[in-house]
Design a protein around this ligand. Sequence first.
Ligand code: XUL
Length: 567
Amino acid sequence: MADAGGGCCSLRLPDDSLFLGLDCSTQSLKATVLDASLGIVAADSVHFDSDLPHYGTHGGVRRDPAERGRIVSPPLMWAEALDLLLARLRPRADLRRVAAVSGSAQQHGSVYWARGAAAALAALDPARSLAPQLAAAFAAPESPVWMDSSTAAQCREVEAAMGGALRLASLTGCRAHERCTGPQIRKMHQTRPQVYDATERVSLVSSFMASLLVGGYACIDETDGAGMNIMDIATRQLREDALQATAPNLKGRIGKLAPAHAVAGKIAPYFVQRFQFASSCLVIQWSGDNPNSLAGLTLSNPGDLAISLGTSDTVFGVTESPEPTLEGNIFPNPVDPKTYMVLLCYKNGSLTREDLRNRYAEGSWDMFNRLLEETALLNGGKLGFYYKEHEILPPLPVGFHRYIVKNLSSGSLDQMVEEEVDEFDPPSEVRAIIEGQFLSMRGHAEQCGLPVPPKRIIATGGASSNPIILKIMASIFGCPVYTSQRSDSASLGAALRAAHGWLCNQQDEFVPFSCVYSGRIDRTSLSMKLAVPFGDCKRDTELLNNYTLLVRKRLEIEQKLIERFGR
Ligand code: XUL
């Protein structure tokens, strides 16, 4: 029997087994293969824009020139990427030894399968690749993805039908954000009824990929399912009222939900014959990329905060009693059915940082860092709000806004006044984007009930390799910052979840996630590195108090901007 806590566990993964984790993110499909002692055997990736240029994506997506805010990706591209990635992986990892595979995918995106697609999935011919066999399997050749912001009208309709934004958040885990799948499905039903009528099944990107692997429709997992506005966050069942508020005859098109640790099925004969997987290989439910990162970072203690600095910036932590708010998303914890994860998601992440680098630091990260180091902490009260994409948090359209906050030294919010300006000097612009992003994260994390200051932050994603950015993060949050040894925490998390699902299946009951890694963390890819220590000297405490004031001021200004420009 497994132990109940996070301590030692007598369960072992078979010595010669491998566990495959895939991550279908916005820009690429990645793979991480772990052996039974959690060492990384192989890792690889397929980059959508450069490896599959015939789909014409930029950053993995297509922006509709005819409809502002409509952002989509072709699901056929994800299927082709799976073939390509497995072909690349095969010479480097013995796929016959893979005991279980699981995956991670960008959250919220929806795939519309055409009538007859289930039959096509069940009859995949290993002599031909996936793409031509599935070309006719979609009722919509383009899937709306998490970056889409074209559903404002549907969001308001769903919220009104469900008794308001906050009530919807307390019932389903979040208000109707534009990227949430329910409003996206409603829009499909309203604006492209021929597509909705022709749809046999709706998958999330995660369950879409799992469906390819099992050769039939895989369930949506309860964690990623919480990003749809149709699942009851307490019972983890579809809600009749929310389904009705979304689209007619939806329940059958969604199918059943399953826990993230459950088996979706055995791997389909297509993959056995084409890539030499064992026919006993289990496919464990796929889930969203943020939940998989939580697993990959082995985040388990309240007070641990993860900040991922990628295409989207996300902030997440574990809690037993989540607070529904208008800002955050609550998802079931993918590796612990008793707890939840709270997530904040920003659309303006790395692409916006890059834009500011190009404008003010001659396109060079070295110069960007030099400018950060030349400028003082608190940036002389200069607050920047940079939205190159329509932002989710706060809900504001594209635009840059700059303010100088005066009298910060008064120590009192009442005496601090802000003046709007057109521009800062280039070094201050550079500091303002970085400080601004962290001030916003700190303010909103606190509002969602996540502990601030946290005990520690684990930083991941592309920009977490920038030590100067991490130093600013530590000063603003008032805690040490760690980095994970691996940048691909989502595919690593998926590989660990594959092992977890395999163990749960073998034991025929849920076993604690810690059984997968207990006693092995320090010797494996799961170990953390202290990137920025945090002292509690008087200077740091004073600085933290000043940042607290600046956070409050920033949230105040955000509200004013929402009143002026928000919808
Ligand atoms: C989370 C969200 C994004 C995507 C990015 O709610 O929309 O983080 O999951 O892939």
